[in-house]
Write a protein that binds this ligand. Structure first.
Ligand code: PEP
Length: 252
């Protein structure tokens, strides 16, 4: 039975003032005292350096909520992987449903971002998941297959070793409607079976697949009890240190 270390990440989205971000980062850093669970926080871009400072010396890693598909040059408003690495980031979130569905990022664009981020040395939290309409029509497995194949096309095994997959059903994000542990397990097991087909046993067994969508301290234990659920990507509940730390504890 493969053992994968649990991964819990907080996606702060477009929330927090600078002072709030520093205080939240400091409280999370203080509360995570061991490395039983890999913990990361994803503050807004402008606060990365400041939050990176307060995380120094703690096991909590820093991540960015997005990254450019390009390495440098005339791309106004974009932030490159190298810039993120200089702020202290280890991770970049790619393919979050808000970027797929609100900003309109395509599968090809997401694949391009994944390649650029990994080539430049970042690790990637790759988000994917079906909409409510897709689930109601029973299309979720087709969607997972398409999203995994498209986002990961062309990656080497070494690069795959720096990917965490986040299964986030769009209908569960920010809605208070969490997937049942069984629904999460079914989705994660399906995604892992596709990784096995594409990349073989080693990658399939070692890649963390975390669940995201209305995770709270109360529903964490049930989700984490599933064999293919390797952690959580937390939005709303990561904005309060107490609830985020309770989720980290429940995952450990
Ligand atoms: C997210 O945005 O990745 C997320 C899972 O949000 P929430 O926990 O608020 O549903």
């Amino acid at each position: 039975m493969p053992t994968r270390k649990k991964f819990v990440a907080g996606n702060w989205k477009m929330n927090t003032t600078l002072a709030e971000a520093k205080a939240l980062g400091a409280a999370v850093a203080k509360g995570v005292t061991d490395d039983r669970v890999t913990v990361a926080v994803f503050p807004p871009y402008p606060w990365l350096t400041a939050v990176g400072e307060v995380l120094k010396g703690s096991p909590v890693a820093l991540g960015a909520q997005d990254v450019s598909s390009e390495k440098k040059g005339a791309f106004t408003g974009e932030v490159s992987p190298a810039m993120l690495l200089e702020t202290g980031c280890k991770y970049a979130l790619i393919g979050h449903s808000e970027r797929r569905h609100i900003i309109g990022e395509s599968e090809t664009f997401i694949n391009h971002k994944v390649h650029t981020a990994l080539e430049e040395g970042l690790s990637v939290v790759l988000c994917m998941g079906e909409t409510l309409a897709e689930r109601e029509r029973g299309l979720q497995e087709r969607v997972f297959q398409r999203q995994v194949y498209a986002a990961c096309a062309g990656l080497t095994d070494e690069q795959f070793g720096r990917i965490v997959i986040a299964y986030e059903p769009v209908w569960a994000i920010g809605t208070g409607k969490v997937a049942t542990p069984e629904q999460a397990q079914e989705a994660h097991a399906f995604v892992r079976s596709k990784l096995r087909l594409l990349y073989g046993d080693k990658i399939a067994d070692s890649t963390p697949i975390v669940y995201g969508g209305s995770v709270t301290p109360d529903n964490t234990v049930g989700l984490m009890s599933q064999p293919d659920v390797d952690g959580a990507l937390v939005g709303g509940a990561s904005l309060k240190a107490d609830s985020f730390l309770a989720i980290v504890k429940a995952a450990g």
